[in-house]
Design a protein around this ligand. Structure first.
Ligand SMILES: CC(C)(COP(=O)(O)OP(=O)(O)OC[C@H]1O[C@@H](n2cnc3c(N)ncnc32)[C@H](O)[C@@H]1OP(=O)(O)O)[C@@H](O)C(=O)NCCC(=O)NCCS
Length: 169
């Protein structure tokens, strides 16, 4: 995917090493990560940033830093994780709590999907899994046109999650 790419209100770009403190406000937050495996540490986040920079180089997609165009504030992260099946990727979006409820997640996620399609990576199917107790998250997936396909057990979170899919081609 070509970075940066933008929407009406947002700019999405490849993660940078010095995003660490802003991303820690997101991945380090107990509240934000309540349904997503729990809060992370600064050193793990640093490794994730390195991982996503490398993923972008190798596969042409990754998880991006989301900035508000108006202020240049880093407000979230959104993009794709690789999956065991190389034709598939997992969509994720985590936003700083100060910026919830303004439609930013749906706007960013839709832009990531459009960019993935446009840049013709090898990804054929996008998958997302959400905790059923997290309605804000499954509402985002509905808004961007993903389809609920049923519940599935996940070892990492040790629970059943609601799965969504979108075929890209
Ligand atoms: C999930 C998340 C990304 C949504 O971000 P957002 O920018 O607020 O999302 P949007 O504004 O695009 O849409 C959220 C929708 O959920 C609704 N919503 C928010 N909280 C809700 C709640 N507790 N119960 C029901 N609906 C809720 C909003 O009203 C909105 O729906 P609407 O457009 O019909 O009014 C954000 O809350 C977040 O970062 N949460 C923590 C991380 C997370 O759970 N990520 C996803 C799965 S790992």
């Amino acid at each position: 995917m070509t970075s940066p790419f933008e929407t009406e209100r947002l700019l999405l770009r490849i993660m940078q090493t010095d995003d660490l403190n802003d991303v820690y406000e997101i991945w380090g937050s107990i509240e934000v990560m309540k349904y997503c495996g729990g809060a992370s540490t600064k050193s793990r986040i640093q490794r994730s940033i390195d991982f996503y920079r490398q993923l972008q180089n190798e596969k042409g997609y990754s998880v991006y830093t989301v900035l508000l165009k108006e202020t240049s504030a880093i407000i979230g992260v959104c993009g794709f994780n690789p999956l065991e099946n190389e034709d598939e990727a997992e969509l994720l979006y985590h936003f700083n709590q100060h910026y919830w409820g303004k439609g930013y997640a749906a706007e960013a996620a839709a832009a990531c999907l459009a960019s993935l399609k446009k840049n013709n990576t090898h990804i054929r199917k996008v998958i997302a899994a959400v905790d059923p107790a997290n309605p804000a998250s499954w509402k985002v997936l509905g808004k961007i046109g993903m389809t609920a396909v049923g519940m599935k057990w996940f070892e990492d979170t040790q629970q059943e999650e609601l799965c969504f899919e979108l075929e890209l081609m």
